[in-house]
Design a protein around this ligand. Sequence first.
Ligand code: ZN
Length: 189
Amino acid sequence: MTRHWGLTLVVCLAGCGFSSVEQRNIDTALNAGVKATQRNEFSEILSAVFAHDSPATPIIARYAEDGLFRSDQVQPWRPWGMMFSSATASTAPGSATTGLNVWKLDRRVPAVANTLVHERAHSFGFLHRCGETRAANLCDVAYVAGDLAEALSSHSCPGEPVCPALAAELQKRGLVKDCPQAREACCDP
Ligand SMILES: [Zn+2]
């Protein structure tokens, strides 16, 4: 029994797929993310927020050119100990695929869409400049793109405070009301 379990675990770590329920929820979130990123407001608001940030420009263009992940490019991520991690996903910079933390899938569809749009920035080669926390990188193109997709999908503010420049654009266009804003943070001096 123990040996059997061990073999199953090793096989699953190497590549078990999502359950049918998980796959259906991911495909629903992907669909929501695709719809959000194809809206005119997605590129318009990103262009407005990053008007003076030239490193963000090619990432914004890639969303328009290449779109979001295909369903088969979204894979389960089950590394050891992830049950206790707050990370929702992992994407190697430039990789065509992303890994979703299977322990963090029980979230609202627009929140999972947020994660997928965020991870797509990494698959386009984007790296956070200030470590890995949301708080320190809130106004970079990956976090703003993900939060924007969530706002467009849900017609409401994301559950956590967003970049002030994004909140201003969403509110100016009447897309959301009273979006909680975080203090803009960055590790740069
Ligand atoms: Zn990230």
